[in-house]
Design a protein around this ligand. Structure first.
Ligand SMILES: [Zn+2]
Length: 598
């Protein structure tokens, strides 16, 4: 690989749109939605049914919701303490929408079921207003211990499933949103819990199930089951995309309660302008807020017919709620696509096509694949002024971490320094539904990992900026380009990374400070353990803090001499003459370690 190849590759892949294959990306059930964890054991293994009645189930969810909120509020929860929740009645009533009496009953039966133990009041007054509860493991009856993150159940060895936390939005002063937990009937809640439990069992937000299974799980009789499913579909929390409407076999897809999109629907569209989450509208309280693109069934119908009309096409009404029309996703001469504005979903029943999705996806397709056009028209229909905000507009630099299979694993965004002059970074990884601002699932990876495949000499710096600086010098190693790499900041080295540097010569170019020395020591130790030939250069005495600063006042030749003319060559491949010892000292060369044999 030449420097030109490298440049071209960088340009082609500088945006996530350059990566179309989602094969390597790990699917989550809820995408980037914050989640509330519930214990899987609420479903009894023998009977395959939810073992708690409505009141108890509601109170359990509310207690865990309060626990989650508290943990998130106090970021530094001590680890290993008894997990105590202040079961404030008012909060419980707000979350569940239940009366005082029902909440009390629910708390009582939750204690009987072994999920909590009330701490009996020292004070009579506290008895009603707020009971302190210890959370218990319902299987072993031992106390749950606190953990620093919000995954309390997981940390205590309990299997869990997840529901989106946004359905518990603070409702006290507002009319509840249709998709809110409080706006659901008890039967709908039961069915929603059953469906989310099944999603976890299936490890997917889309799964097949049967009416029989769902009725067993929820204990709902036939009519109530049908009504609840209809209710959840109309609230756009789930969608049954199965073509036969018999409710014997169902294909359930979970939806994002905030945007109504089918989870994972936009996984292949990485154009940030087509992402509704990057569009903002005026907040009546001042400033901007994320625009709400949810459509009423009437608006959805109007827009759909408008878009079709603009193509010179029309739709036939089918029954009360649905339309049949020629599918825009395949060459369709007999109308084979159905659209239901109330549920906000379409489905093409042509076998070779089977395309389906939400109103937005359909409008986008009908406007020739233009997501922005659909977004603007939806906003206009809702009487909403919107503006786009580039999520990366603040970033000074964006660094792609591409693995040896040429897959983008994560990005590091360098943000402007804070007021105290400290460097600010943000890391994110690509999920099927877009960026998530965490990289916990990403294995340790070296920056420029893919290019290391082509390198015989690798220069390790502290931080991506320096790695880019040395790469752009286009230095030559023995037989090819020398690439810069890094694990990130001074505290980011992981010994496992050394394995990727086997059979290469490695030059460590640490920052000229204490943190840099520590970083270099760590790198050195793991290189030695792998038997890798390495050398450590230092900017001590050069007046520069790091290689980027060094290059501001020195030439490429200076750096080649600093590293050693026997290891690296200037870009045209020429070898410099070795400096005499004195000039090496002048240039600040300091080979702290002699190279060792492989
Ligand atoms: Zn089709």
């Amino acid at each position: 690989m030449t420097y030109e190849d490298y440049k071209q590759f960088q340009q082609a892949t500088s945006t996530p749109e350059g990566f179309t294959s989602a094969a390597h990306f790990k699917d989550g059930i809820w995408g980037n939605l914050p989640k509330l964890c519930l214990p899987s054991c609420i479903v009894d293994k023998k009977s395959n049914a939810i073992s708690l009645d409505n009141e108890t189930l509601n109170v359990l969810i509310a207690v865990l919701c309060i626990q989650r909120d508290e943990t998130l509020k106090h970021r530094s929860t001590p680890e290993g303490a008894t997990a105590i929740v202040k079961a404030d009645r008012k909060a419980l009533m707000q979350i569940t929408g239940m009366s005082k009496n029902l909440v009390s009953n629910g708390l009582k039966s939750l204690e009987e079921a072994g999920y909590i133990a009330k701490i009996r009041g020292r004070d009579k007054l506290e008895q009603f207003a707020a009971t302190q509860c210890i959370l218990l493991n319902p299987i072993t009856h031992s106390e749950l211990l606190t953990h620093s993150d919000s995954k309390l159940l997981h940390a205590n060895g309990l299997h869990y499933f997840t529901i989106p936390a946004c359905i518990f939005g603070k409702q006290s002063n507002k009319t509840p949103a249709t998709s809110a937990f409080v706006a659901m009937t008890n039967q709908e809640r039961r069915l929603y819990i059953a469906l989310t439990w099944l999603a976890t069992q299936n490890k997917s937000s889309e799964f097949a199930t049967t009416g029989t299974q769902l009725k067993t799980l929820t204990g709902l009789p036939d009519r109530a089951f049908k009504k609840s499913l209809e209710g959840l579909e109309t609230k756009k929390l789930v969608w049954n995309s199965d073509s036969a409407r018999t409710l014997h076999n169902l294909t359930i897809i979970l939806r994002n309660p905030l945007t109504e999109e089918l989870i994972g629907e936009n996984r292949f569209d990485r154009n940030s302008r087509n992402n509704r989450e990057n569009w903002y509208s005026n907040n009546p309280k001042g400033g901007l807020k994320k625009a709400d693109f949810r459509l009423s069934s009437k608006d959805a119908e109007t827009l759909f017919l408008e878009f079709l009309g603009e193509r010179g096409e029309s739709a036939q009404r089918e029954g009360n709620e649905e339309f049949k029309f020629c599918c825009p996703f395949h060459a369709d001469s007999t109308p084979s696509c159905n659209f239901n504005p109330t549920k906000g979903c379409f489905h093409c029943f042509a076998k070779q096509c089977n395309e389906r999705g939400t109103t937005y996806k359909l409008l986008k397709k009908l406007s020739g694949g233009n997501g922005q056009e659909a977004i603007k028209r939806i906003a206009r229909a809702k009487g909403m002024e919107i503006e786009y905000s580039d999520p990366d507009s603040k970033a000074v630099a964006v660094y792609n971490y591409i693995d040896q299979f040429q897959t983008l694993k994560k990005q590091v965004l360098r943000l402007p320094n804070d007021d105290a002059g400290n460097r600010q970074f943000r890391q994110r990884s690509l999920a099927p539904f877009g960026w998530i601002y965490k990289t916990s699932g990403v294995k340790p990876i070296l920056f420029n990992r893919w290019f290391i495949e082509f390198a015989d000499t690798v220069l390790i710096t502290e931080g991506e900026k320096d790695a880019v600086t040395v790469t752009e010098l286009a230095l030559q190693g023995r037989n090819g380009m020398a690439f810069g790499t890094t694990s990130g900041g001074a505290d980011s080295w992981n010994p496992v990374l050394a394995k990727d540097l086997r059979c290469r010569r490695v030059v460590i170019l640490p920052d000229n400070d204490e943190a840099g020395k520590r970083y270099a020591d760590e790198v050195e130790e793991s290189l030695r353990a792998e038997g890798i030939e390495y050398r450590r250069a230092s900017f001590h005495g050069t007046g520069a803090k790091d290689v980027t600063e060094y290059m501001e006042t020195h030439s490429t030749e200076d750096l080649v001499r600093l590293i050693g003319v026997d290891w690296v060559r200037v870009p045209d491949g020429g070898t410099l003459f070795a400096p005499c010892n004195e000039s090496a000292m002048m240039a600040g060369r300091s080979l702290a370690c002699a190279s060792i044999g492989v």
